[in-house]
Design a protein. Structure first.
Length: 258
């Protein structure tokens, strides 16, 4: 039995005695709801998943990745109350699609304000191919701008998977959706704060409060267009080494006693 089916049965028994009572609460036939709790049964459509999550008072994605046979929903650590529920896109067969968030200002501003609005999520571009990633969980693709994570070039797309605060691992790269921005950074937990680190050392680390973050997405793959010219050439590396050697020699000369 997968986690979804097991969680539906576990959480249902905490609030409703029978599958028939649960089906009535959702406005479904008993047989339809029963199929959701069955081994290798049906996966509820997004609208029904949302209704189930609201009935149980749990995040929608937690139905898939939290084992409620050993976790009491009322005792779960809630780092932020910003994300009320989590809409996903599915095709006509109920297969989850990957939503794409472009880097243009309109798309990202829309995502920051309407990330929990199913009608907005439906407007995002979608693909059904996860590019060979076998990481379980809901995927989403974000396009990034800027050079804070070089050698990843500006304009690249980052394939990500949804994570919770408890899943964060130090020094891994995440897309962080905050109240004001969408960032690609490496993360270090520091109590109720996060240290955000860029791969480009020109940008200093920054600290933010944990409850400023709305969503966490673990970066899995970089998807980029073929550049018009090499991003780094051997001539560039040779020049950089020569410049570094020259600078070291100049500093050494200054340090020598006169």
């Amino acid at each position: 039995m997968d986690l979804l089916a097991k969680n539906l049965k576990t959480l249902r028994k905490k609030q409703y005695s029978t599958q028939e009572e649960m089906a009535q609460a959702l406005g479904l036939k008993k047989s339809t709801y029963a199929s959701y709790e069955a081994d290798d049964g049906n996966t509820p459509p997004a609208k029904t998943l949302y209704a189930i999550a609201r009935l149980f008072g749990v995040p929608m994605d937690a139905l898939f990745d939290t084992d409620y046979t050993s976790v009491d929903p009322s005792q779960q650590l809630r780092i932020s109350d910003n994300e009320i529920y989590f809409p996903v896109s599915v095709d006509l067969e109920g297969t989850e699609l990957i939503d794409v968030v472009p880097s243009d200002h309109q798309a990202q501003a829309g995502y920051l304000s309407d990330y929990a609005d199913p009608s907005f999520i439906r407007t995002l571009p979608k693909i059904s191919w996860d590019m060979g990633s076998y990481e379980p969980g809901t995927k989403r693709i974000f396009q990034i701008e800027g050079d804070s994570m070089i050698p990843i070039p500006s304009g690249s797309y980052i394939l990500t998977v949804k994570k919770n605060f408890e899943d964060l691992k130090n020094n891994e790269a995440y897309i962080l959706v905050t109240q004001n921005d969408i960032l690609l950074k490496r993360v270090e937990k520091q109590g109720q704060q996060l240290l955000l680190i860029s791969d480009n050392s020109i940008y200093p680390p920054q600290q933010i409060e944990v409850d400023e973050v709305i969503q966490y997405w673990l970066a899995l793959k970089v998807i980029m267009d073929m550049p018009d010219k090499p991003l780094i050439t051997m001539d560039h590396i040779h020049h950089t080494v020569q410049e570094t050697h020259r600078t070291v020699n100049e500093i050494s000369q200054r340090l020598l006693p006169k």
